[in-house]
Design a binder for this molecule. Structure first.
Ligand code: PNS
Length: 163
């Protein structure tokens, strides 16, 4: 039986911290589905198509990783994809409250799917999509925090907006 994990998120945009979790997760599970949430309450900088493209480009070297999108409850999507686990990265203590709530709610909704946390690599502890967008918006250097393609697209996005 294949052990399948879903790595869900907004990925607006994908960061090197996300890639670190996918890489490590891909060694623990037979198949990892990176699943982008369609209708999040958060306002997104990149469209669904753009977020998906950036993820596909960044993950093309991984043979057991797939990129997909979902709507509605994560556990329902998990059942549809025969997943055993939800994979999440945990950074500093500040992530804990939200992740704990999410994991407990998902467990309440479906006890068959386990949430598995990987501690973020030390290098990525302060890396988040939001802080990277903030830095990029004002011309800050984000090299090494996101894949090169994402860096390029962030620059384009903000120069388009400032035009
Ligand atoms: O990248 P994010 O924003 O931290 O990811 C959050 C995500 C997508 C994992 C979470 O919002 C989610 O799973 N949303 C789908 C709806 C759902 O099932 N929520 C949890 C139980 S109410």
């Amino acid at each position: 039986m294949q052990r399948i994990a879903i790595y869900p998120g907004s990925f607006d945009p994908v960061t090197n911290g996300h890639l670190d979790i996918v890489e490590r997760g891909s060694k623990l599970f037979d198949h990892v589905i990176v699943a982008i949430l369609h209708n999040t309450s958060k306002k997104q900088l990149f469209t669904m198509k753009e977020r998906e493209e950036m993820l596909r480009l960044s993950l093309k070297g991984f043979s057991n990783v797939e990129v997909d999108s979902f709507d509605g409850l994560l556990v329902d999507y998990g059942v549809k994809r025969n997943a055993h686990a939800i994979l999440r990265g945990m950074r500093a203590v500040s992530d804990f409250d939200y992740e704990f709530q999410l994991a407990l709610m998902n467990r309440r909704l479906n006890r068959e799917i386990q949430t598995v946390f990987l501690m973020t690599g030390l290098r990525w502890i302060f890396t988040s999509s939001s802080i990277i967008k903030e830095a990029a918006r004002f011309g800050g250097k984000i090299t090494g925090m996101v894949p090169p393609e994402v860096e390029k697209r962030l620059k384009e996005k903000f120069s388009e907006r400032n035009r």
